[in-house]
Ligand binder design. Structure first.
Ligand code: NAD
Ligand code: MG
Length: 390
């Protein structure tokens, strides 16, 4: 039996995780749930799963939840609440499914406390880099990737001798603008960018999928997780999102991982690893005829992917700086302050202007994150002053 602390329970990954829990009542139980601002959904989840520990975004919502629930769990709020859930003594497994570098401290603490941590929150791996492995090593924690491409790589690489691997390749759907001309992409609206063709996800990752920054963050994530050099990680655009990753060997051959594009599969993979059990997703429907296509990404129309490779090559805090600028730029775009094309411009400006430092400790990384946010927020303000809101 695994006892779960689920951070980000009201989001897209969070609700899919609870679907997996429902499918395995004999193997999975919920000890703690943490959400942000959607207190009604969190309350409904508490009514069903009865976690002993709950956390919500604000003090006010914590008070509301205490009075709204028909039983008496521990109720926490804010960053301390996330930690209380992640480190709850009865939880052996943490699902890190909040969005952005806000998830870094809880992921690190859970690894250091010896938990199995199923990480969907790719930003914490991009920002924390090797520190996440150090935390796991120091505390006996186990890091398993929920991101579909990385769960696919984990399956492909399990038990493989690293010396036999030439490269890994993760696939990208290409997002909603895959075949759009540059001028049309530059002027894309919020609604167009939120209209992802193959995955239904939270707003931040959906915008990252439209810029291909999501794939860029995933390139860095793959390098961090599997100890690969920048030249060993590549991206192939595959609009059908059925092949999730490939491993290329020195003899020129490849192995591919295939499954439906449903996040419940990689979530279950991590929760039950190394077991494979029937779950909430049907086996792949090979009886149906289908066509798969593959193409190279276009870095001119999707410059964020190139910026991520540049940050990975630079190393140190460069991925953390790029991630922070991107979080600020995406939030500003979603608030109607920036144009779509400004996201890449903000990210590029940050990499050009703020020098990366070494990563030695968590406080140092958090400092870099804060400095990059300040710089990017200044960039957004200057842009709005000069050009107004789009
Ligand atoms: P989402 O926006 O749907 O959900 C985010 C969740 O985190 C919500 O429950 C929200 O309330 C909570 N949250 C956000 N900030 C918080 C904070 N500071 N404190 C406490 N709670 C907070 O996002 P999502 O699509 O579920 O994505 C979550 C993470 O998983 C992201 O890092 C994303 O890149 C990654 N991921 C998502 C998918 C997907 O299919 N959705 C696939 C792969 C990876
Ligand atoms: Mg992914």
């Amino acid at each position: 039996m695994r006892h779960l602390a689920l951070l980000g329970s009201t989001g897209s990954i969070g609700t899919s995780t609870l679907d997996v829990v429902r499918a395995h009542p004999d193997r999975l139980s919920v000890v703690a749930l943490a959400g942000g601002r959607n207190r009604d959904l969190l309350r409904a989840q508490c009514d069903v799963f009865r976690p002993r520990c709950v956390s919500v975004g604000s003090k006010e919502d914590a008070e509301w939840l205490r009075s709204a629930l028909a039983y008496r769990p521990e109720v926490h709020w804010g960053d301390d609440g996330l930690l209380a859930c992640a480190l709850h003594a009865d939880a052996d497994t943490v699902v890190a499914a909040i969005v952005g570098s806000a998830g870094l401290a809880s992921t690190e603490a859970a690894l250091r406390a010896g938990r199995r941590v199923c990480v969907a929150n790719k930003e914490s791996l991009v920002v924390g880099g090797a520190l996440m492995h150090e935390a796991a090593l120091a505390g006996g924690g186990e890091l398993l990737p929920v991101d579909s491409e990385h769960a696919a790589l984990h399956q492909l690489l399990d038990g493989r001798e690293p010396a036999t691997i030439r490269e890994v390749r993760i696939t990208a759907s290409g997002g909603p603008f895959r075949d759009w001309p540059l001028a049309r992409i530059q002027a894309a609206t919020i609604e167009e960018a939120l209209n992802h063709p193959t995955w239904k996800m939270g707003p931040k990752i959906t915008i990252d999928s439209a810029t291909l920054m999501n794939k860029g963050l995933e390139v860095i994530e793959a390098s961090v997780l599997f100890g690969l050099t920048p030249d060993q990680v590549a991206v192939t655009v595959h609009p059908q999102s059925q092949v999730h990753a490939m491993v290329g060997f020195h003899d020129g051959s490849y192995q591919l991982q295939v499954c439906a594009n449903d996040m419940k599969l990689p979530i279950q993979y991590c929760l039950l690893y190394p077991d494979k059990q029937p779950g909430p997703v049907a086996p792949y429907p090979w009886e149906e005829a289908r066509a798969w296509t593959f193409e190279a990404p276009d870095l001119e129309r999707f410059p964020c992917l190139g910026l991520a490779f540049a940050a990975l090559r630079e190393g140190g805090t460069a991925p953390a700086l790029l991630n922070a600028a991107n979080e600020v730029a995406v939030a500003a775009f979603l608030q109607g302050q920036l144009r779509f094309w400004d996201i890449q411009a903000c990210n590029r400006d940050l990499l050009d202007r703020i020098p990366a430092g070494p990563i030695e400790s968590l406080p140092q990384v958090l400092d870099a994150d804060r400095a990059a946010r300040r710089h990017a927020e200044g960039w957004v303000r200057a842009r709005v002053r000069s050009f107004g809101c789009p």
